[in-house]
Ligand binder design. Structure first.
Ligand SMILES: [Fe+2]
Length: 305
């Protein structure tokens, strides 16, 4: 396959393990009564949209695969193991089995390297895939019937600054797009992160007790609403411009670069992202959003028809 590839959807797909816990899939050992329905219904609506699209692969950028020297990509065709959330082992003990589009991962690696980024293929067959990648992929596509490409977060925010992170992440996004186009893939991209990320430090006796769930504080909510407003209005460059302030004020998980990567890959969409749901998980703000560049009425650049 060569040429003619495209991004058919880009998604903000946050990864609180609570959402998988509340869905009670057979792969997860703990059982829940209910919980976080507004977000889970949001994912349901996103899945219905993805079901209408023809695509080959999910490409996910995760804050919880943290690599301190460059960006790494999963480079083994199949992974199978048990994923246990280190903070919430009571909620997430998930038997995963997934396949990787190694050819696309290698193409992203090469494009990133040629653009001056530090890139590495992860070839350890015993590697344990991070729970951020697993939760975002499961909630977006619980059938696990598409291969994935897993991309790490190189933590440039910690080493340098949000601004440096954003430059690197948007460059990585552009490299991702070039690789998708060159390999002829139809790809769905997942930015696996919450918005505001201040959270409670104690858990209710029943984790899914929704009488205990709410935003951490009003300032976090105001920031989330501001970001969602920019997303829905298609003001993605402004979204990137205010991100340093947003990350500082809300300790946002966008510091990992997932959202900046997505905006770079989608060439800073000037059409609105569709909001499928917003909700809090232990006080953090989470939005499920989809951008659909090939929808009627969207004047897309790149390889869209
Ligand atoms: Fe997280």
């Amino acid at each position: 396959m060569s040429g003619n590839g495209s991004i058919v959807a880009g998604c903000l797909a946050p990864h609180p393990p609570h959402l998988v816990y509340a869905e009670n899939p057979p792969q997860n050992e703990p059982r829940a009564e209910c919980g976080w329905e507004p977000l889970r219904w949001g994912y349901e609506r996103l899945r219905a949209q993805l079901d209408q699209l023809d695509f080959d692969v999910l490409v996910v950028h995760s804050p919880h695969w943290q690599t301190y020297i460059g960006t790494h990509l999963l480079g083994v065709p199949d992974f199978k193991s048990l994923s246990v959330d280190p903070v919430f082992p009571n909620l997430f003990r998930f038997q995963y089995e997934l396949s990787v589009d190694v050819e696309l991962a290698e193409a992203i690696h090469d494009e990133g390297r040629d653009a001056g980024l530090v890139m590495k293929m992860m070839r350890n067959p015993d590697f344990r895939v991070d729970y951020g990648t697993i939760v975002s992929c499961h909630m977006s596509r619980p059938a696990w019937d598409k291969p994935i490409v897993g991309i790490s977060s190189c933590r440039a925010t910690s080493y340098y600054s949000v601004e440096v992170m954003q430059e690197q992440a948007t460059e990585l996004g552009r490299a991702t797009l070039r690789a998708i186009e060159a390999t002829g893939r139809k790809a769905v991209l997942l930015s696996s992160n919450s918005l505001s990320h201040r959270h409670f430090t104690t858990e209710a006796p029943v984790p899914e007790d929704m009488s205990r769930e709410h935003i951490y504080h009003h300032g976090q909510y105001l920031w989330d609403m501001r970001m969602i407003e920019l997303i829905r209005a298609g003001r993605s460059r402004e979204l990137i411009d205010v991100m340093p302030e947003f990350i500082e004020q809300t300790v946002s998980e966008a510091d990992a670069g997932s959202l900046a990567w997505l905006m770079g890959a989608m060439d800073f969409p000037d059409y609105g992202g569709e909001l499928f749901g917003y909700g809090t998980v232990i006080g953090t703000g989470n939005a499920v959003v989809g951008w659909f560049p090939q929808r009627d009425g969207v004047a897309a650049g790149g390889g869209a028809s």
